[in-house]
Write a protein that binds this ligand. Structure first.
Ligand code: DX5
Ligand code: ZN
Length: 218
């Protein structure tokens, strides 16, 4: 399968959000990645429903909602109603992860689980068959423009090995510090959805950078 590109709205210019959403619409981006942070699960607060509504009004591509919040069950319906295509919850935030994953699916969204850099891939073994996607965090969640953690290559390969055994169609998304310099190696390791914030939005030409990420071959 060809890999997908999901530019991260966290790195967009919020004073020109419509312009940046339209840039993504007119690019080779596949999804738009939407980071929700609550100041509890992660040490930062980003945005929520009013911004999702504003993005949804203009977006012509699926919105990939990444919830970096405690007790995400409280808000799954609101994000589904707000137009999420996929909803990612964190393994570390969900004591009843199986129930949470089923709830996401019942709402008609693709269900994904994210793991922080310190969380072993093997912990996904008993849930991976129920998932549409695993998100491997390649930075500690909370901020854009952080340095990529090299152990992520191994982590992705470990998730891919589990997927080969239990869920061959699983998507593996990588999020944090992704750029044109590491994209090929991430895809070679087994990732097939690349989130990119800073590397896209701080580029001279974001549209061309998205195209370059999309055209990466291994
Ligand atoms: C980090 C977020 C990422 C972030 C990635 O907590 O989950 O989606 O936007 O940004 P970059 O690509 O700048 O590392
Ligand atoms: Zn994210």
């Amino acid at each position: 399968m060809n890999h997908l590109i999901a530019p991260s709205i966290l790195a967009a210019d919020f004073a020109n959000l419509q312009r940046d959403v339209e840039m993504m619409n007119n690019s080779t981006a596949d999804w738009m990645h939407f980071d929700v942070m609550d100041g509890m699960f992660v040490p930062n607060i980003s945005f929520g429903f009013p911004v999702l509504k504003a993005v949804k009004q203009y977006a012509t591509k699926p919105i990939d909602v990444h919830l970096m919040i405690v007790d995400p069950d409280r808000y799954l319906k609101a994000f589904a109603d707000g137009g999420a295509y996929s909803i990612t919850v964190h393994y570390e935030a969900c004591p009843h992860l199986h129930r949470t994953v089923q709830a996401i699916k019942e709402l008609g969204c693709k269900a994904a689980v994210a793991i922080n850099p310190h969380t072993p891939a093997l912990l996904l073994k008993d849930i991976i068959a129920d998932l549409d996607m695993v998100l491997v965090m390649s930075v500690n969640p909370g901020f854009g423009a952080q340095k990529f953690i090299p152990h992520s290559y191994t982590k992705i390969a470990e998730v891919r090995a589990l997927a080969n055994e239990f869920n061959p169609n699983l998507l593996i998304e990588v999020d944090g510090g992704v750029d044109i310099g590491n994209a090929a190696k991430l895809i070679a390791a087994g990732a097939n959805v690349l989130v990119a914030g800073n590397s896209v939005f701080s580029a001279q030409n974001p549209t061309e950078t998205i195209a370059a990420l999309k055209n990466v071959t291994i």
